[in-house]
Design a protein around this ligand. Structure first.
Ligand SMILES: *Cc1c(COP(=O)(O)O)cnc(C)c1O
Length: 336
């Protein structure tokens, strides 16, 4: 019985065509700027999100943290969403690397312009100066939620008015593009820095991009070197990313359909699904059953526990719709 792995969209394995592209990649030493495949990926990524330049980094965490580093000074305040990945799941990096405080605003992954205004401290010597707002779109901890565009435009207006910089943690930016039909470049337009992952819904084994103006990317480049993220013949990895950008964006629609299918199936089993997924992350609760994930694992379905009695299932390119039906059947037997 093959396991159905719904823990994360990072568990995908590169298929034959992606591996062939990796094997055939032209490479050079990227620390010298001489890897043609890395350069091609960076150009394609910058074009895709409508920025002047992009930098290939090993992880989404490095993309976010390098962006925070170039947009802040030690002692600054960064505003982010409740449950923000940059605060909760990056091992304290914003404090350790950039020396910033992160305050969270709003709820369930989104916030309003008014939330920003209320959190902005007076400009006097008692308060840390707020210099950066970070938006996460889609929002992981709140179930892959899309940040509404009008709400974002209002937040951008306050940031402009107050001279703040803006970072987009777009680890799943293309999920937002596919869910809304609004192009990634439009979502990214008002941000100084934009990070997105190749290793999530796009199905590449490794890598993220951090994008911005040429001057910003030049500064990011130095931070990447400081953090140990300068890689040599990285074109082998970049080839997978180029393949993913070309072949795996439109198909994210299947992941969203599968997440909705899973959510409806769980609800039909009287399992509480909340919120109904907008993209590829399904959050559900089985109250008073802290061992549910372990029992589910024993029947060959892998999910993550996010809180006692609360679980997360993520759809991705290695789970087809019949695997979703199969998972639902295994869950039904467990609950029956
Ligand atoms: C996964 C993720 C990241 C970082 O990813 P890594 O590549 O695992 O470091 C950043 N932000 C969000 C919202 C994520 O889901």
């Amino acid at each position: 019985m093959a396991a159905i792995d719904l823990r994360s969209d990072t568990v995908t394995r590169p298929g034959a065509a992606m591996r062939a592209a990796m094997a055939a990649a032209a490479v050079g030493d990227d620390v010298y700027g001489e890897d043609p495949t890395v350069n091609a990926l960076q150009e394609a990524a910058a074009r895709r999100v409508g920025k002047e330049a992009a930098l290939f980094v090993p992880s989404g965490t490095m993309a976010n943290q390098a962006a925070i580093r170039v947009s802040t000074a030690h002692g600054d305040l960064v505003l982010a969403s409740e449950g923000a990945h940059i605060l909760r799941y990056e091992s304290g990096a914003a404090a350790a690397i950039s020396g910033v405080q992160v305050a969270t605003i709003g709820s369930a992954g989104i916030f309003t312009a008014e939330d920003v205004r209320r959190a902005l401290t007076p400009r006097d010597h008692h308060h840390p100066p707020c210099t950066l707002i970070a938006v996460e779109n889609t929002h992981n901890a709140s179930g892959g939620r899309v940040f509404p565009l009008e709400m974002l435009s209002a937040v951008v207006a306050v940031a402009r008015e107050r001279g703040l910089r803006l970072h987009l943690d777009g680890a799943r930016l293309f999920n937002a593009e596919i869910a809304t039909g609004i192009p990634a470049a439009r979502w990214a337009a008002d941000f100084d820095t934009v990070a997105f992952c190749l290793s999530k819904g796009l199905g590449a084994p490794v890598g993220s991009l951090v994008c911005g103006s040429a001057a910003t990317v030049d500064r990011l480049h130095r931070v990447r070197k400081m953090l140990g993220g300068g890689m040599r013949q990285a074109g082998i990895l970049a080839a997978a990313g180029l393949y993913a950008l070309e072949h795996n964006v439109a198909r994210i629609a299947d992941d969203h359909a599968n997440a909705a299918r899973l959510a409806r199936g769980l609800a039909a089993l009287d399992i509480f699904v909340d919120p109904f997924p907008e993209t590829n992350i399904v959050l559900f609760s089985v109250p008073n059953d802290v061992d549910f994930a372990a029992r589910l694992r024993a029947s060959g379905v892998l999910v993550n526990t996010v809180a006692p009695g609360r679980f997360r299932a993520v759809t991705h390119l290695d789970v087809a719709s019949d695997a979703i039906d199969d998972a639902l059947e295994r869950i039904r037997r467990l609950c029956g």
